[in-house]
Write a protein that binds this ligand. Structure first.
Ligand code: NDP
Length: 386
């Protein structure tokens, strides 16, 4: 029996790595639904190649073009937010959640509420609605498998171990392209420099998040919800080679780590095949060739996003939603050349300081806090650079 999968965000970086694996194992997987935001040509190509039965484009103005591109294939074409939810909650057994940003929240929640197995790359969905999502997964019998390489590493290290025997988890971070840059030089960083990650090939938003280290801050919050540990028991460690993807320390002093090439196909394959494993074409580690593995404490002065994210996690309530929304707006503004690199963290910190939002009790509350924060962050951005 082939496993039916839906790929939300099929045209992106994680979506492409997923497709690469799935297309190498046609006997194991059947792609039933694929989605994208606006990239119709690429989505149509993927739907044709995989034989998907449903193709969804979030941008409703692109529905007709997609329908023309897929005419005669038998693939149903839909558009808009409701159709994304349909793709997530439809007949797939495994949903790959690879939409970027809070835009992925509703489809991920729909998959969780439909009791699916969700392979989660879309960390922003968990950061903004962690408690609600973990609660819904328990209620509806959904399984969340982390695709983010660090969380996938922890998940692998925890396999077969009693979670009560974990003393702490350690998330590794490459430090991004500016790990050794002086604070002054960060003022002049360009979007092209920020998206050029030294070890990983990823989408633009997460690449900028890696450069500011906000990515590790979001991952800290993601780890808190996924593994149920408080902030004090989640450590962040800079590891420039991106070979050790994360570590778990147990009460007896043992430390387990997962190592591998910096290739997203490894954690994605683990989620696709779990609890089995899937062969991948990823490069094998050559530890003798590598020679050394380095670790250092993060510099919270040059990379304040790490401190800000930890404060947001510890504050709880609406703070992680505000953090994420302000960050999405600030990163977008930086990529468009409207603000300078260090202003990303400043914008987020200002949004957190000004927010009086109460803890969300529903997904509707989460979306409202997200909306209000985005509007305010946009407005503050226009004041900086109209
Ligand atoms: P990309 O920018 O490469 O791809 C994003 C995907 O989401 C595209 O398919 C895009 O469609 C779609 N999308 C964007 N906006 C919307 C929207 N408003 N509604 C519906 N679909 C939308 O991102 P990545 O693949 O890099 O990242 C995806 C997620 O995975 C992020 O949350 C990221 O943090 C996480 N992640 C990524 C890793 C990586 O290696 N790339 C590693 C670990 C986690 P279109 O092409 O039409 O714009």
């Amino acid at each position: 029996m082939r496993r039916k999968i839906a790929i939300l965000g099929a045209t992106g970086s994680v979506g492409s790595s997923t497709l690469d694996l799935v297309e190498r194992s046609p006997d194991r997987f059947e792609v039933v639904a694929v989605t994208a935001a606006a990239n119709v040509e690429s989505l149509a190509g993927i739907a044709r190649r995989t034989g998907a039965r449903l193709a969804v484009i979030a941008d409703e103005t692109k529905r007709e073009i997609l329908a023309e591109l897929l005419a005669g294939t038998g693939c149903r074409v839909e558009a808009g937010p409701g159709a994304l939810i349909e793709a997530a909650a439809g007949d797939a057994e495994l949903v790959i959640a690879a939409i970027v940003g809070c835009a992925g929240l509703m489809p991920v929640m729909a998959a969780v509420e439909a009791g699916k197995t969700v392979a989660l790359a879309n960390k922003e969905a968990l950061v903004t609605a962690g408690e609600l999502m973990i609660g819904a997964a328990a209620t509806h019998g959904a399984t969340i498998l982390p695709i983010d390489s660090e969380h996938n590493a922890i998940f692998q290290c925890l396999a077969g171990n009693n979670k009560d025997t974990v003393s702490k988890i350690v998330l590794t971070a490459s430090g991004g392209p500016f790990r050794t840059a002086s604070a002054g030089s960060l003022e002049a960083v360009t979007p092209a420099q920020a998206v050029a990650h030294p070890n990983w090939s990823m989408g633009a938003k997460i690449s900028v998040d890696s450069a500011t280290c906000m990515n590790k801050g979001l991952e800290l919050i993601e780890a808190h919800y996924l593994f149920g540990l408080p902030s004090q028991r989640i450590e962040i460690l800079i590891h420039p080679q991106s070979t050790v993807h994360s570590l778990v320390e147990f009460i007896d002093g043992s430390v387990l780590a997962q190592l591998g090439a910096a290739d997203m196909r490894i954690p994605i394959a683990y989620a696709l095949a779990w609890p089995d494993r899937l062969e991948t074409p990823a490069e094998r580690l050559d530890l003798a060739g590598l020679g050394r593995l380095d670790f250092e404490a993060p510099d919270l002065e040059r990379f304040p996003a790490l401190r800000i994210a930890r404060e947001a996690l510890e504050a709880g309530g609406a703070a992680p939603i505000v953090l994420n929304a302000a960050n999405e707006i600030a990163v977008d503004s930086f990529l468009k050349g409207r603000i300078r690199f260090p202003e990303i963290a400043r914008t987020v910190e200002q949004a957190l300081a000004e927010s009086a939002a109460e803890a969300p009790r529903s997904i509707a509350d989460v979306l409202e806090i997200d909306r209000v924060t985005r509007e305010r962050a946009e407005a503050s951005m226009s004041e900086v650079c109209p």
